[in-house]
Design a protein around this ligand. Structure first.
Ligand code: UDP
Length: 317
């Protein structure tokens, strides 16, 4: 069984400990689609911890029971294996929609997790929510980009047409414990490669940039968005911007200074740069990320070490 993935000292650092959320109110009934996934499971931990009842709906395509197993036996926790493309009737107060397809329900407030990919290969830098983006409609990665753009459209149509209470988050690259080890994201690739003494695969010239957010910062932002009175969309990301070569360097510093770098051809339509402008979230949600890459990466490395090499009586984390 898994234990907390936050080393004791860093837990309070991450969570701030001063969050007004959840004070002075009864527990809510909350559905988290994709709740057994990387981000979803961290969100579930926070909701359960503050006293809410949580129903996780997950088809386990990419989610993993291990991520929520520590809640089994808790009467405020339920896990349903279900694909959200099929209807599901549940009476709840809030829906955090982290699984991909969409299906809002009467009465509940619906939060869509959209993505920075809606900005495509952006011609504006950093990206502000009012920027409409630069997406190739027929490219190799358009199914994801256009899918999320359509989800935003439908969410706003349900809001305007049917009066559904909605919230939209545009999530920028996020990393942390419980991330899939092998689905090809850059941070998980580099960390797994360095731990396994394999070369870090940098695609293209490595000068493209991304801005990496630690998962607890994202979860805090999602909760503030859900509880607040603003629909959004809101960028949720860490403005700390890195080239992929810089990221490789941070991974070397953190895990293995001897790790080699191997250049590989890049995929088509790869966005050249990406960095959130988070002025809107700062002003209207009172949110900003707290965990810089060099603080967050070691916490992810501890988790990856354990999952890749098994339990090795590690000290601390
Ligand atoms: N990337 C890389 N090596 C890898 C995986 C990805 O250099 O092993 C690059 C990729 O080309 C892109 C960036 O890292 O420029 C981020 O890729 P990722 O898939 O993590 O996120 P996204 O492109 O969706 O933002």
């Amino acid at each position: 069984p898994r234990r907390s993935v936050y080393p004791a000292g860093l837990d309070s650092f991450n969570m701030g400990g001063k969050i007004p959320l959840g004070l002075k109110r009864k527990g809510l009934r909350i559905v988290v689609t994709g709740g057994a996934g990387f981000v979803g499971s961290h969100l579930v931990d926070r909701l359960i911890a503050r006293g809410d009842s949580v129903i996780v709906v997950d088809n386990f395509f990419t989610g993993n029971k291990d991520n929520v197993m520590h809640h089994f036996g808790n009467p405020r926790f339920e896990l349903i294996r279900h694909d959200v493309v099929e209807p599901l009737l549940l009476e709840v107060d809030q829906i955090y929609h982290l699984a991909c397809p969409a299906s809002p329900r009467v009465g509940a407030r619906f939060l869509l997790t959209s993505t920075s990919e809606v900005y495509g290969d952006p011609l504006q830098h950093p990206q502000v929510e009012t920027y409409w983006g630069n997406v190739n409609p027929i490219g190799v990665r358009s199914c994801y980009d256009e899918g999320k753009r359509t989800a935003e459209t439908l969410t706003m149509d349900y809001h305007r047409g049917a009066g559904v209470e909605v919230r939209i988050a545009r999530i920028f690259n996020t990393y942390g414990p419980r991330m899939c080890i092998d689905d090809g994201r850059v941070v998980s690739n580099f960390v797994a490669q360095a731990l396994r003494k394999e070369p870090l695969t940098v695609y293209g010239d490595g000068k493209q940039t991304r801005s990496f957010q630690y998962v607890s910062d994202l979860v805090e932002g999602l909760m503030r968005l859900m509880e607040g009175e603003h629909v959004g969309p809101f960028n949720l990301g860490n403005p700390g911007e890195f080239t992929m070569l810089e990221l490789a360097q941070v991974v070397q510093e953190t895990i293995d200074p001897e790790a080699k770098i191997e250049f590989k051809p890049n995929t088509e339509d790869d966005p050249h740069k990406r960095k959130p402008d988070i002025t809107k979230a700062k002003e209207l949600l009172g949110w900003k990320p707290k965990v810089p890459l060099r603080k967050g990466l070691p916490m992810m490395v501890a988790d990856f070490r354990q999952r890749i090499f098994g339990d090795q009586k590690s000290s601390g984390a």
